[in-house]
Design a protein around this ligand. Structure first.
Ligand code: SF4
Length: 344
């Protein structure tokens, strides 16, 4: 998916990530395709277990190699990652691609100072001296808004607040100016003010470095703030994709519609009741046949021949816009029109 005519920096084609477990094969990602260009942010949205995080661990080569089977193609700046050696992936991680995790405390070592951890990443990829790495750590801490960075660089993670730790992780992820940044629910555990500061920081850094960002979240409000393009995942598959405006303003898939209906609208009347999607996300060990959303979908009766439970709807993408649903497009437009009337 691209918002411009530029060549994609990251290109994922028909990605399949399957885990073998004692109970059988878990199809965590089942045929995912998307592109991302430099300087753009792709928001990947979906409930827990939809395959969002697994997709990104596969891109970074951080999956368990003994129990995971990955098929498809992942091209980063023209280089195939799925056939790259571990040493090549390790060279690319940190320098060319980097990730910010949700839980900074769990991702930072409690035994080393913040400065050492940022500096080590820098040294590993640039061969800089300890002195240069320390100076770079201070510069990065300053850039992510840590006050008195020349003093705080010697603090341990437990001496930082939650928001500061998250900033330190961002500093570590960006210390080598990666061209691809994957942010996995990076602000979920933070209060709203810090959340807003971190989003602004990511936008500033993207402007400065032209970074391509994948932002994983279950929160459509965050998507509205930061994404250029959006990919909606359900049960390991992409069910809808398009620009942020297209997906949030004119959704074409009942699941996206459900996500939007379950969040408060900032623009509409305040008394519109929220309607959460009934049921629970599917088991990927034994996923529903046909459309994986069919056990929770309110529109299956509008599709002739019981196709929803028997046939997988294909994702048809034209100019980066597409959705996977058997509903005829005319009917989807009517459904969306009703949604728009209730919300605005
Ligand atoms: Fe609902 Fe059927 Fe469309 Fe799936 S294919 S989203 S079950 S209408």
């Amino acid at each position: 998916m691209t918002s411009t005519d530029q060549q994609p920096f990251l290109s994922v084609k028909d990605l399949q990530v399957h885990f073998s477990t004692e109970d059988g094969i878990v199809k965590a990602v089942d045929g995912l395709t998307f592109d991302l260009t430099k300087g753009q942010t792709l928001g990947i949205v979906g409930e827990s277990g939809s395959g969002k995080s697994v997709t990104n661990l596969a891109i970074l080569g951080l999956h368990d190699p003994y129990h995971t089977r990955i098929d498809g193609e992942i091209l980063l700046d023209g280089q195939e990652l799925l056939t790259a050696s571990e040493s090549e992936l390790s060279r690319l991680r940190g320098k060319k691609m980097s990730m910010i995790f949700q839980d900074a405390l769990a991702s930072l070592s409690p035994y080393h100072t913040i400065g050492t951890q940022i500096g080590e990443t820098y040294r590993k990829h640039t061969g800089a001296s300890k002195k240069e790495a320390r100076a770079r750590s201070i510069e990065m801490l300053r850039r992510v808004g840590i006050p008195q960075p020349d003093l705080r660089v010697d603090d341990y993670p437990h001496q930082f607040s939650g928001g500061m730790r998250q900033r330190a992780m961002i500093a570590m992820a960006l210390v080598c100016d990666p061209e691809l940044l994957i942010a996995d629910e990076p602000t979920t555990a933070l209060d709203v003010t810090v959340q807003a500061q971190i989003m602004d920081l990511l936008k500033d850094l993207q402007q400065e470095f032209g970074t391509a960002i994948i932002f994983i979240t279950h929160d459509l409000g965050v998507i509205a703030d930061i994404a250029d393009d959006v990919l909606v995942m359900y049960g390991g598959r992409c069910v809808e994709q398009g620009t942020k405006q297209e997906v949030l303003r004119t959704p074409q898939h009942p699941y996206t519609l459900g996500l939007l209906s379950s969040m408060p609208s900032l623009e509409g009347p305040v008394d519109v009741p929220l309607s959460p999607i009934p049921g629970a996300p599917p088991s990927l060990l034994n996923p529903p046949s046909g459309c994986r959303f069919h056990p929770r979908c309110a529109f299956t009766e509008k599709v002739a021949g019981g196709l929803c439970s028997t046939e997988r709807p294909q994702l048809e993408v034209v100019d980066g816009r597409g959705s996977a649903c058997h509903l005829p497009s005319g009917q989807r437009k009517e459904i969306f029109a009703d949604f728009a009337v209730t919300r605005h």
